[in-house]
Design a binder for this molecule. Structure first.
Ligand SMILES: *Cc1c(COP(=O)(O)O)cnc(C)c1O
Length: 363
């Protein structure tokens, strides 16, 4: 038998960990992405040596040279996933192997080394274990952010010879504040998110940097999120800045834009497709134009629309605004199919609905 030694993480618990009392106060209203746990995982990569220095230690700033490659050419990829506390008290993650696989694919697209998927999973689990006390109760979760960046001190334009992989964790409450039922979207007239042959299918920071001006435009028009159309014809709906999108028709069928390089392959998207089909809904991955969206919303052929992703899970789309005017989907407040899918998915994640496909990985 080939007994391969797993890379050993050196664990160095923080001596400055937040006290239990202080943590309890912080977890009363964690918000999203503003509180962080006591620890971080890091693994280094050097050309020639490969992955090394696997460590679990106190969360602390990096020391970066001003010529650090990522600061200039944005060679960076990341993931977003959650750890939850189930009703029986155990800690679980939702389809984390899919995050590991997508992280590897994003890295390849950005000419970065691939972290073996079992080490990605081990890294995430090490952090969840040492910071498990930070998982909020109730509807909250511990948002996990694995990421990797080019760390070589060099200004030449080529893939970096050194990288840092890191995992940090942030306790999270509701993603959209105010418990609002439906979001308002802005359709960007000028900006696109991804073109064929580009990086749209990779989860890289650069995609977000490029989307921020469109998101700011959405905010200026009183909208919550921006929706991007395709770059080539500027008529096909692609996705939001950080969420995939679904349409629910009057016959109960669902439509979602097809993957194909310009859309991020969401794990929530994939789960929704499988869940909806299991519930007897026809789901089509096919192009849907903005003009059709408007016409179907006006005629009533389109009953519901929703956005989905790890952070917000499933969120109803209410009103859609653009330079050509506004329209509202259904009654502007979501609908039964959206609500059913949201309840199914969160139920599976929380262990209150039967897991259809070993999606939940207990620690
Ligand atoms: C992460 C992300 C999503 C959603 O993916 P999930 O795996 O469902 O969280 C959708 N679109 C973009 C652009 C993303 O970065």
């Amino acid at each position: 038998m080939d007994v391969q030694q797993k890379p050993r993480f050196i664990v160095n618990p923080s001596s400055k960990a937040v006290s239990a009392d202080q943590r309890a106060v912080m977890l009363e209203d964690p918000g999203f992405g503003r509180l962080f746990t006591d620890h971080m995982v890091t693994i280094r990569y050097s050309e020639g040596q490969g992955w090394h220095s696997h460590s679990v230690g106190p969360r602390e700033p990096f020391q970066l040279d001003p010529a650090c490659a990522v600061l200039h050419y944005a060679q960076e990829v990341f993931e977003g996933m959650k750890a939850y506390r189930l009703a029986d008290g155990t800690v679980a993650m939702f389809r984390p192997e899919e995050n590991a696989r997508r992280f590897a694919e994003s890295a390849q697209r950005m000419a970065m080394p691939v972290l073996p998927e079992d080490i990605f999973l081990e890294a995430v689990e090490e952090l969840v274990k040492i910071d498990a006390a930070w998982i909020p109760g109730g509807e909250g979760s511990l948002y996990l952010r694995p990421f990797m960046f080019a760390s070589e001190t060099f200004l030449g334009v080529r893939p970096s010879a050194e990288y840092i992989f890191c995992v940090i964790a942030s306790p999270a409450g509701a993603y959209f504040k105010g418990g609002k039922k439906a979001v308002t979207l802005w359709v960007s007239e000028h900006y696109t998110r991804a073109a064929r042959g580009g990086t749209g299918a990779a989860k890289c920071g650069g995609n977000y940097a490029a989307s921020l001006v469109a998101q700011a435009e959405a905010t200026a028009h009183g909208c919550d999120q921006v929706v991007f159309l395709d770059a080539a014809e500027h008529q096909w709906v692609e996705e939001l800045g950080g969420m995939n999108v679904f349409f629910v028709m009057e016959d109960g069928s669902l439509v979602t834009p097809p993957l194909g390089g310009t859309i991020l392959p969401g794990i929530t998207r994939d789960s929704i497709i499988k869940l909806a089909r299991a519930k007897g809904h026809d789901v089509r991955e096919e192009r849907y134009s903005f003009a059709q969206w408007r016409a179907d919303a006006m005629s009533g052929k389109l009953r519901e629309a929703f956005a989905c992703g790890t952070a917000a899970v499933v969120t109803a789309i209410g009103t859609v605004k653009s330079v050509e005017g506004d329209f509202t989907v259904g009654n502007g407040d979501g609908g039964l199919v959206t609500e059913m899918l949201r309840a199914e998915l969160t139920g599976i994640q929380r262990g209150t609905v039967a897991d259809p496909a070993t999606w939940v990985r207990k620690l």
